[in-house]
Design a protein around this ligand. Structure first.
Ligand SMILES: Nc1nc2c(ncn2[C@@H]2O[C@H](COP(=O)(O)OP(=O)(O)O)[C@@H](O)[C@H]2O)c(=O)[nH]1
Ligand SMILES: [Mg+2]
Ligand SMILES: [Zn+2]
Length: 230
């Protein structure tokens, strides 16, 4: 294929995805559902973090999870073990979730009106950055075991994320992890990115994460109220 043709195919794929993402976003807004798209490299701790968060939040509001992996239903099963509904999407050879997959998976979840949808994307710091799923925002999880410079090596992902969760903070001392340097690198590619540190193992930092979610929910409600009255 010529490079012009490759660019055209890429535009067509992303254009179709953006239209379906807009449909998802409209449905989430109509249902008053706050959707978060969690992205990270494999093993950063997304599922461990979600299992803890959904078990601690499920008594406050309806919660559902969409799990993306190339193969297996392991992660959906880990979420269901907490009593929260989860749908597994297997992408096969694919390395990211797209908006069509999310639309179909959302149909298979119980109604989440007034609640939260967590989407765990396929572990990959590259192309999930390019695919809008209709989420309120992307949350990038970076764990202390990955080193400080991932935001510089994979800048797109950090540029499109609203929040960076630095996970496995319990391991920081043994790894000589440099937190200030990591934050500085992330802000170099995205000066507005918010940052929280946590440990999905010990629960450290989760109260601040829940406060961040509450603030985000209030902002979304205020925006949809002003859209109605406009
Ligand atoms: N020490 C430590 N280990 C963690 C933490 N979060 C996750 N892990 C471990 O990291 C590994 C990968 O976690 P997982 O949730 O499957 O990552 P995912 O691929 O991003 O979903 C597992 O062995 C977890 O037990 C954490 O905060 N601290
Ligand atoms: Mg996982
Ligand atoms: Zn991909």
């Amino acid at each position: 294929m010529s490079s012009d043709r490759i660019i055209q195919v890429e535009r067509d794929i992303l254009g179709k995805n953006d239209r379906l993402a807009a449909d998802n976003r409209a449905r989430f807004r109509a249902d008053d559902v706050l959707a978060f798209n969690l992205v990270s490299s494999p093993g950063a701790g997304k599922t461990t973090l979600l299992a803890r968060a959904v078990s601690e939040l499920k008594d406050n509001c309806p919660i559902g999870v969409i799990e993306g992996d190339q193969q297996t239903s392991n992660d959906a099963e880990r979420i269901r073990a907490t009593g929260v509904p989860a749908v597994q999407v297997n992408t096969g050879k694919g390395c990211h979730l797209d908006a069509a997959m999310i639309g179909e998976a959302y149909d298979r979840l119980p109604r989440l009106n007034g609640g939260i949808l967590f989407i765990e994307n396929v572990g990959n710091l590259v192309c999930p950055a390019a695919f809008d799923l209709g989420e309120a925002c992307k949350i990038v999880v970076l764990s202390t075991t990955e080193g400080e410079d991932k935001p510089l090596k994979y800048p797109n992902m950090f540029a499109v994320s609203s929040l960076m969760l630095i996970n496995k903070i319990d391991l920081a001392p043994v790894l000589d992890f440099d937190l200030a340097r990591t934050i500085e690198y992330a802000r170099r590619v995205n000066p507005k990115i918010e940052v929280l540190t946590l440990s999905a193992r010990t629960g450290e930092g989760f109260a601040a994460f829940y406060a961040w979610i509450r603030k985000r929910a209030e902002k979304a409600r205020a925006a949809s109220l002003s859209a109605v009255s406009a």
